[in-house]
Ligand binder design. Structure first.
Ligand code: PBG
Length: 337
C-alpha cells in the first residue's frame, strides 16, 4: 500500500463513495430518481385561424398553432404517452379589453381548443389556465381599475370562466393569477355546476419573475403590460410567504400544487412537497427554456444534456412532474432509450 493510499484510507475511514459509482450497472442500481414520460405536462400556444404553425422567435422550436394544428400535435403527444397538455391562447387584439371579457365567451379560443382536443384525443388530460392576462388590453391577470388589480371581482370572473372551461371538457383548472381566495371560489363554482370530478391545480407559488419574458412575447402581452405584477405575484425573495400562500390553497381544496418558475425555485418545490404532501409540479417556464435553447444554438452548452438534467433535478427536488416546453423532445428521447 502506498503512503498516499494509506493517507486517504485514514481520512475516509475506508468509506469510499466511489465504489457505488464504479460501473454503469452500480450506477443504475443506486439511482434514486428517474424521469419518465409520465412526469410531463406539455404547454402549447394557440392562435385563431386554421392551418397555422407560427414559430415564436424567443422560443426556438415552439410554435403558436391554430386549433386544427394544435389538435394534431395533441394526438402526437398522446401517442408519445405524455399525460397532459396545458394550452395558452394568443387572443386577437380586438377581443382584448379592460376586464378580459372574452374569457367568458363560450366559444373563445381556449374553449374551442378544449372541445376539439377532447374529441380527438379523449385520453390525454387537459389542464387549462383561467387567468385574465391573455384577454386583457393591459396584460394583467385581473381587472385593472384606478391603477389597481381588483381581487374579488376578478375572482368572480375566474369562477365563471373555470365552469365554462369545465363545460367544454377541461379536466383540471389551473388558475395562474394569484388572486386571493380563487382556489376555494373556483372549487365551489365547479361543484355547484356539477363538475365535482374536475380538479384544481393551483399555481400556488407564482413568483414575480423575469423568466416569463418569452411567454409574454408568445401571447403578445409583453408590449401591453403596464407596470409589473408585484402587487399579486410573490417576491423572489420570499420563501416562507410562498409556503403560507400554498397552505391557503391547500385549505381551500387544491388537488395539486405548482411552483413557478422552476429551476431557480427548487427549494420551494422541496419545502412544499414536505409540508403538504400534495402532488407537486414545477413549471419550467419560457425563459428557462429559452436560456437552454439559446446557449445550445450557440454551441456553448450541450442542450440535450441540460434539458434532461434540469428535468431530473425537478424530480430530485420532490416534484411529481414538470410543465415543460421540452416535453415532446424529451418524450421522444425517452422512447429511444
Ligand atoms: C399569467 C401566466 C404567465 C405564464 C403563464 N401564465 C406569467 C405571466 O405572464 O406573468 C408564464 C409561462 C411561461 O413563462 O412559460 N397568467
Amino acid at each position: 500500500m502506498s503512503d498516499r493510499t494509506h493517507l486517504v484510507d485514514e481520512i475516509t475511514g475506508h468509506r469510499r463513495m466511489r465504489r457505488n459509482r464504479k460501473a454503469d450497472w452500480t450506477r443504475r442500481l443506486v439511482q434514486e430518481n428517474r424521469l419518465t414520460v409520465d412526469d410531463l405536462i406539455w404547454p402549447i400556444f394557440l392562435v385563431p385561424g386554421s392551418g397555422i404553425v407560427d414559430p415564436i422567435e424567443a422560443m426556438p422550436g415552439v410554435n403558436r398553432m391554430s386549433v386544427d394544428k394544435a389538435v394534431e400535435a395533441v394526438r402526437e403527444a398522446a401517442d408519445l404517452g405524455i399525460p397532459a397538455i396545458a394550452p395558452f391562447p394568443d387572443v386577437e387584439m380586438e377581443k382584448r379589453d379592460l376586464t378580459g371579457s372574452e374569457i367568458l365567451q363560450r366559444d373563445n379560443l381556449i374553449n374551442q381548443f378544449v372541445r376539439a382536443a377532447k374529441k380527438a384525443a379523449p385520453d390525454i388530460g387537459l389542464i387549462t389556465d383561467v387567468a385574465l392576462d391573455p384577454f386583457t388590453s393591459h396584460g394583467h391577470d385581473g381587472i385593472l381599475r384606478d391603477g389597481e388589480i381588483v381581487n374579488d371581482e376578478t375572482v368572480d370572473m375566474l369562477i365563471k370562466a373555470a365552469v365554462m372551461q369545465a363545460d367544454a371538457g377541461a379536466d383540471i383548472i389551473a388558475p395562474s393569477d394569484m388572486m386571493d381566495g380563487r382556489i376555494g371560489a373556483i372549487r365551489h363554482g365547479l361543484d355547484a355546476a356539477g363538475h365535482q370530478d374536475v380538479g384544481v391545480m393551483s399555481y400556488a407559488t407564482k413568483f414575480s419573475s423575469g423568466f416569463y419574458g418569452p411567454y409574454r412575447e408568445a401571447i403578445n402581452t409583453g408590449s401591453l403590460l403596464k407596470g409589473n405584477k408585484n402587487s399579486y405575484y410573490i417576491s423572489p425573495a420570499n420563501g416562507t410567504e410562498a409556503l403560507r400562500d400554498a397552505e391557503l390553497d391547500v385549505q381551500e381544496g387544491a388537488d395539486m400544487l405548482m411552483v413557478k418558475p422552476g429551476i431557480a425555485y427548487l427549494d420551494i418545490c422541496w419545502r412544499m412537497k414536505e409540508a403538504f404532501g400534495l402532488p407537486t409540479f414545477a413549471y419550467q417556464v419560457s425563459g428557462e427554456y429559452t436560456q437552454i435553447k439559446a446557449a445550445a444554438m450557440n454551441g456553448w452548452i450541450d442542450g440535450d444534456r441540460i434539458m434532461m438534467e434540469t428535468l431530473l433535478c425537478f424530480k430530485r427536488a420532490g416534484c411529481d412532474g414538470i410543465l415543460s416546453y421540452f416535453s415532446v423532445e424529451v418524450a421522444r428521447k425517452l422512447a429511444k432509450g
